[in-house]
Design a binder for this molecule. Structure first.
Ligand code: 5RP
Length: 227
């Protein structure tokens, strides 16, 4: 199977889980990225079961809207029974690096208020130790250099994310992203807490304090559930 086929497989598995476990008439949380898009496409066939969705990015909002799924502002919603999203890396304890698609801040907000966080990914995202994928850190632009120095002091190599034409990549929240290479993250919870505490950091793309409740991982063998 190709990676795209594996993504479709876990997107469908997540839609099956949500359809079976989430009450009708509720609002669901939806992540960002190519795997989350597969979930959106799969859940669209059952959209009438749901009031709508809370989205984690402008791109996801557009895809939900294309399918005719109503998008709610998180401020309008009292509770979210489930949040489904992809990941860039997942360690054996379920801690994740996210933010390759630049949506880490809204993803973390929506994940933080959801009752159940379902991570969906192809099995290549599973790693023994986080850090092979550059760690995204969303920063307020005026703090970029100061935060870059602190990330370098930790042993990382921060690189400003840019668009194809070389301009700084700007998040949905108007900030920039430093992608930090060459970190070997043995204690993701501690590193998440440390980087989040620096003035000017909006969000670090470590999802360890509030990781997924379970992951649906797709491989040639099918979909494996990892708690
Ligand atoms: C976006 C994310 C994505 O979930 C992550 O980058 C995985 O993306 P994909 O499913 O396209 O591999 O965190 O900010």
């Amino acid at each position: 199977m190709t990676q795209d086929e594996l993504k479709r497989l876990v997107g469908q598995a997540a839609a099956d889980y949500v359809n079976a476990n989430v009450p009708e008439g509720t609002v669901i949380g939806v992540g960002t990225g190519s795997t989350a898009n597969c979930f959106i496409d799969a859940i669209a066939a059952h959209k009438h079961r749901y009031r709508g969705a809370v989205s984690s990015s402008v791109a996801t909002t557009a895809r939900l809207a294309q399918h005719g799924i109503k998008v709610f502002d998180l401020n309008e919603i009292e509770s979210l029974p489930v949040y489904v999203d992809g990941a860039d890396e997942i360690d054996p304890k379920g801690a994740m690096i996210k933010g390759g698609g630049g949506a880490l801040t809204r993803e973390k907000i929506v994940a933080s208020v959801s009752e159940v966080f379902v991570c969906i990914a192809d099995a290549s995202k599973r790693v023994p130790v986080l850090g092979g994928f550059a760690l995204p850190v969303e920063v307020v632009p005026m703090a970029r250099t100061a935060i870059g120095r602190r990330l370098t002091a930790l042993g990382g190599v921060p690189v400003l994310r840019v668009t194809q034409d070389g301009a700084p990549y700007i998040t949905d929240n108007g900030n920039e992203i430093l992608d930090v290479k060459h970190l070997t993250i043995h204690d993701p919870r501690a590193l998440e807490a440390e980087i989040n505490a620096w003035p000017g950091v909006v969000t670090v793309g470590l999802f360890a304090g509030r990781g997924a409740d379970f992951c649906l991982l797709g491989s040639e063998a099918g979909v494996e559930t990892i708690d």
